[in-house]
Design a protein around this ligand. Structure first.
Ligand SMILES: NC(=O)c1ccc[n+]([C@@H]2O[C@H](COP(=O)([O-])OP(=O)(O)OC[C@H]3O[C@@H](n4cnc5c(N)ncnc54)[C@H](OP(=O)(O)O)[C@@H]3O)[C@@H](O)[C@H]2O)c1
Length: 257
């Protein structure tokens, strides 16, 4: 039975960094690394770059039911031992709720929530004791965000379901952890704001992808429920717990992004 790692959204940003750190790791040894995203050329370039590892490339669109079903059938055929699943693929769209198209809105819901749930559900059957699931949520999960409403809500879902699964799967020796990054310099904001430069205050909080992912791997091995990189995002989490959300939302005055 092959020991494998699966990383979704591996074609750029945090996903590509997860793959890079898996390849450099002395802790993680896998027979195969399965990488998933829509952009095949990007995935091929990663496999070429780390050619000492065995990759399998799957160009799935995780918003499509048929691609999710393909993934399920693939697992049934291969019957692997999944040691690590990184549910990282995701996207956000910044803007007024009804100014974002219905298609884009439902795509966010499908990729960030439905696909993550589906992949977790069907992959779990192929995981044993000491396997790990890393779910990439966001610091946007900590409180509602006007102008980023659906994205923040999808990430609250990811955080909530992951925290619950952390406790539910602990007796089976399966470690589930949510990662809640603040702003990270990836292609995320290009997609989110249609190539607009993010607001300067967010630039100030930017963390490099390697730190977010490095922290995530440290935290998952330490058995943590949630991984948060950087003081400012930890402070945001505490503020989100201590101060009534309606006060914070009034302060944001509907202008956050
Ligand atoms: N960057 C940030 O500031 C930030 C902060 C907090 C949380 N996050 C979260 O971190 C995760 C990774 O984002 P990133 O920052 O690395 O952004 P990114 O560079 O835009 O990467 C997003 C990844 O998701 C994949 N993806 C998007 N839609 C997909 C679909 N329908 N099917 C399959 N794959 C899809 C993309 O691959 P293809 O386009 O090739 O399909 C890409 O590999 C996301 O879940 C995001 O919400 C990011």
């Amino acid at each position: 039975m092959k020991n494998i790692a699966i990383v979704t959204g591996a074609s750029s940003g945090l996903g590509r960094e997860f793959v890079r750190q898996i390849c450099r790791s002395k802790v993680y040894i896998f027979d195969e690394i399965w990488i998933i995203a829509r952009r095949k050329e990007r995935l091929k370039a990663i496999a070429k770059k780390y050619k000492e590892h065995t990759f399998r490339i799957f160009t799935y669109d995780l918003a499509l039911k048929e691609d999710l079903e393909d993934y399920k059938e693939l697992l049934e055929e291969e019957n692997p031992n999944v040691k690590l699943l990184v549910n990282n693929a995701g996207l956000g769209k910044i803007g007024q709720f009804d100014a974002i198209s219905l298609e884009e809105t439902m795509n966010m819901v499908d990729v960030n929530m439905s696909a993550l749930t589906y992949l977790t559900y069907v992959t779990l059957k192929y995981m044993k004791k000491s396997s790990e699931i890393i779910q990439v949520a966001s610091s946007a999960a900590f409180l509602p965000q006007p102008q980023f409403a659906v994205y923040a809500a999808t990430k609250s879902y990811v955080l909530s379901v992951s925290r619950a699964l952390h406790h539910e799967l602990k007796p089976r020796g399966i470690q589930v952890m949510a990662v809640c990054p603040g702003p990270v310099e990836t292609e995320f904001f290009k997609v989110a704001a249609n190539n607009q430069v993010p607001k300067s205050f967010k630039k100030f909080f930017f963390e490099p992808a390697h730190r977010v992912v490095g922290r995530a791997f440290m935290d998952v091995r330490a058995g943590k429920e949630v991984s948060i990189q950087g003081f400012s995002m930890k402070a945001l989490q505490v503020i989100g717990k201590m101060i009534p959300h309606r006060w914070i939302l009034s302060g944001m005055n509907g202008k956050s992004s």
